[in-house]
Design a protein around this ligand. Structure first.
Ligand SMILES: [Zn+2]
Ligand SMILES: [Zn+2]
Length: 397
């Protein structure tokens, strides 16, 4: 951020650095003016009394120069609080060219890390972090411990039962309509097949059958829309939602659908070519969703997932690249060495490969698109909505 009031200061010069978080785009200036407290509106040009932020149009991170978090007029953030944070070396560079920043863990129970440059004291906040900072730096936020503890306990209990990871640091920005649409379609198809309106067996892919009668090639596509049981369906819907919302935001709706459908097709073809289980019918959206997870891995390798480790029952945050890397590695090993033919290992591998190939192309397009037209609807698009201050309880004395 650079304050127009002091243009002579070197630290307030406009930035022309690459985003330190996602490295997908150079930081762009966004000019804001304040109508009333807590409310900032974007203006086409810098205005007197306003401010200019350097933001990433891809991941919505924001760079704040020293002291300017106060200038933001954000009464809820206690500047003294920042000084109390102890940091460790981060692997992100200060956009002002001071080398590596320090990572500070916010004191909430989920311990959100934020990045701060030890030399210029500038702050880098990821899209979601400003919210967490506002929360943990206020007395109101810190008093929420009991509620937070209960929530964390609930997640822990749910994870013991389901072993599903929870994405706590990468919320969707915007409504993922393609994800919702696909989820509704998958549920609809499942209900139709349970009710006997459609027979899943007719739409399932059987490798041997497609080879003998190429007319069944349509099943390379249709198998992805049917599921064997509720458990299978709910698992797939969960992963589609967790990873799909962020991916759709960057891909856009049409490209996201291309990712999904292409993943189903490539997965089907790879299963057809490589699987020894030529008589086993294959159904399920897992191959298509593997493509979505590959895109997520490519774009957000550092996003962390909260997971309870089986058998030792400890909750840890695992980076997406570790979680998805282990998952796809397991798929690859099983595909080539396992006799468990009831799982379509090659379809997962195929969908994943499709995602890995498609994502760099989409990112290149996205970069061009962003360079051509940067638009933020409002400062809220960058900051998210801050929690409303709750009335403080009366002092006991
Ligand atoms: Zn970025
Ligand atoms: Zn710096």
């Amino acid at each position: 951020m650079s304050a127009p009031a002091s243009p002579s200061s070197a630290e307030s010069a406009a930035l022309s650095a690459q985003c330190p978080a996602c490295s997908l785009h150079a930081l762009v200036p966004v000019h804001l003016r304040s109508d009333r407290p807590h409310h900032w509106r974007q203006t086409p040009q810098p205005v007197a009394g306003g401010m200019t932020l350097d933001t990433c149009p891809v991941c919505f991170g924001v760079w704040l120069d020293a002291g300017e978090i106060d200038a933001l007029g954000d009464a809820e953030i206690d500047p003294a609080f920042l000084k109390t944070l102890v940091g460790q070396s981060a692997n992100r560079m200060c956009p002002r060219g001071h080398g590596f920043m320090m990572e500070h863990l916010l004191p909430g129970l989920l311990r959100t890390p934020i990045d701060r440059c030890p030399r210029c004291k500038g702050l880098w906040l990821d899209g979601y972090e400003r919210h967490a900072l506002a929360r943990s730096s206020t007395r109101e936020g810190q008093e929420d411990q009991a509620v937070q503890l209960a929530r964390r306990g609930l997640i822990w209990a749910a994870q013991l039962l389901t072993h599903l990871p929870i994405e706590v640091e990468n919320p969707a920005r915007g409504t993922p309509w393609a994800v919702y649409g696909l989820c509704a379609l998958l549920v609809g198809m499942y209900i139709l097949s349970v009710e006997g309106v459609l027979f899943a067996r007719e739409w399932a892919m059987v490798a041997g059958q497609v080879v003998r009668e190429p007319i069944h090639a349509y099943t390379l596509f249709t198998h992805a829309f049917f599921h064997a049981d509720w458990f299978h369906l709910l698992g797939n819907l969960y992963f589609l939602y967790v990873f799909g919302d962020n991916v759709e935001h960057l891909f856009g709706r049409r490209r996201f659908l291309l990712l999904f459908v292409g993943g189903a097709l490539v997965g089907g073809v790879l299963q057809l070519l490589l699987s020894r289980a030529t008589a086993a019918p294959v159904i399920g959206a897992s191959g298509a969703i593997a493509g979505v997870t590959a895109a997520y891995l490519w774009i957000f390798p550092r996003a962390r997932l909260l997971q309870t480790i089986p058998f030792i029952y400890i909750q840890v945050k695992i980076p997406a690249w570790v979680y998805l890397g282990v998952w796809i590695g397991f798929q690859a090993v099983m595909a080539f060495f396992s006799d468990a033919i009831q799982f379509a290992w090659f379809s997962h591998l195929g969908g994943f490969l499709h995602g890995l190939v498609l994502t760099p192309w989409v990112l290149r397009w996205r970069r061009k698109q962003v360079a051509a037209q940067v638009r933020f609807k409002s400062a809220a698009a960058i900051f998210g909505r801050l929690p409303k201050p709750r009335p403080r309880p009366a002092a006991p004395h």
